[in-house]
Design a protein around this ligand. Sequence first.
Ligand SMILES: C[S@@+](CC[C@H](N)C(=O)[O-])C[C@H]1O[C@@H](n2cnc3c(N)ncnc32)[C@H](O)[C@@H]1O
Length: 212
Amino acid sequence: MPESAVNNPLFARLFDRCFGKDKGRGEDALRRELLSGLSGRVVEVGPGNGINFEHYPATVEELVAVEPEPYLRGRAEETAQSVGLAVRVLDGTAAALPLPDDAADALVVAGVLCSVADPPAALAEFRRVLRPGGELRFYEHVRSRRPGFARYQDAVALVWPRVMGGCMPNRDTLAALERGGFRIERCRGFGFPADARAYPVVPRVLGVARAG
Ligand SMILES: C[S@@+](CC[C@H](N)C(=O)[O-])C[C@H]1O[C@@H](n2cnc3c(N)ncnc32)[C@H](O)[C@@H]1O
């Protein structure tokens, strides 16, 4: 059964104060790359405190941001007031988006597919809400292709989700996208932060997928 609510008060505050900030390491450039060229009506799932909002291009006519965690939803609403973009912040989960079929020209996720309880249900919901030909933009941390590091991620996964809002450091998200009916159109893999060694969420992918 899809999750109907997300409530992680401690993680939400930790995220807002520590991770949900540009720390001058270049992640703002990654976020701009994620969102570059978007237009029309865009749905962002799991925006957290709205860290991406300032990076949307002016060609986006409306941004609908669906955030289930109450504290982060409040922070996203505050952020929405301070950007020159029409943003509607809604309650909902990835597997139950409060939107009609074919509502979005594009859907955006950043650091979210690691945390959803049921990735196949979320991806089916993304396909429902995307219009035919619409694109899924993703920036996610993933399972390492290096077997030793992947085993380390598996070990960390025994405790990490308990303190990080359900985040699994070891998900093979590209395989999940393909199994979920998405074709990866563009993707690049890299480590971020580049100088981190033992951080379990360093392997990242950023790209575009389409249903089909
Ligand atoms: C690590 S934060 C990432 C926030 C932001 N997208 C970013 O780029 O930094 C994970 C986000 O996913 C949200 N989330 C967790 N489970 C979710 C679900 N089932 N559906 C939608 N969002 C979810 C969390 O509330 C949180 O806002």
